[in-house]
Structures are given as C-alpha cells and as structure tokens.
Ligand binder design. Structure first.
Ligand SMILES: [Zn+2]
Length: 129
C-alpha cells in the first residue's frame, strides 16, 4: 500500500464504488436473502473492506428498499470478523469495527432517488428484514 490514497477510498465516490464492487471476494460471513455480510479486498491496493447489504421487504409494491454500506477494515479486524458468529448476533460487527471511519453509503429507498455518499462516522447496520 502506498501513501497515495487508492481510488477505492478516493473522493470520487462513483469510481470508489466501482472499485469496491470489482474487489476480490475474500469471505461471505452472512448470506441471507435480506442481509449479506462479506469481506472484500481491493485488487489495486489490497485494502480490505467490510460490505453490508441490507434489504427490507416492500409487501405492497415489491419495490424493496436496499442499502449497501462498505467500510475499510484492518487485517486484525478481518481476522476477528471471520471468527465472530455474526449470524447469531450482527451487533458483534459494531464491537469489532467500532471507531469512526469513512463509510461508503449507498441508499436505494423506495420511490425516491438513490443516494451515494461518503460518511465519516462509526459504522452502523441499516435496517433489514
Ligand atoms: Zn484500493
């Protein structure tokens, strides 16, 4: 990893999102229909990301709101995430990834325009079914 920030954490969020989407899949920690947790690794800088995919069921119109969150994590956090029982209690994620950091937040709510932004804050787990 060089001191130059990679595009995966760059200010151009569309480019960052694409870089993280194309990142190597390291592990699938939770794979439920409305909640997905995985570890990714940028193919360029090899930085790890924790990816959370959350979906709520829209019983009325079938237009299910979705939220995708990706956050850079350290090697140590990757190890801890891989050994934690996240399926049993998802809040263990927030104990491991606890401090404030840059979060890629892609919110695709029902009926309104999607929002894609960087947030600087502690990680949170969006609502899901
Ligand atoms: Zn990168």
């Amino acid at each position: 990893m060089t001191s130059d920030p990679c595009i995966c954490v760059g200010d151009d969020i569309v480019t960052a999102r694409e870089a993280i989407r194309k990142a190597e899949h390291i592990a699938e920690l939770v794979d439920e229909s409305h909640f997905g947790v995985s570890i990714l690794r940028c193919v360029q800088c090899r930085r790890h990301f924790l990816s959370l995919f959350c979906e709520r069921i829209d019983w009325v119109d079938g237009d299910d709101p979705q939220t995708w969150v990706a956050v850079p994590v350290s090697e140590d956090e990757v190890q801890r995430l891989q050994t934690a029982d996240i399926a049993a209690d998802e809040n263990v994620i927030l104990e491991i990834v606890s401090n404030e950091r840059r979060i890629l937040y892609h919110d695709m709510p029902k009926g309104v325009a999607a929002r894609l932004e960087w947030k600087i804050r502690p990680l949170f787990i969006p609502g899901h079914d």
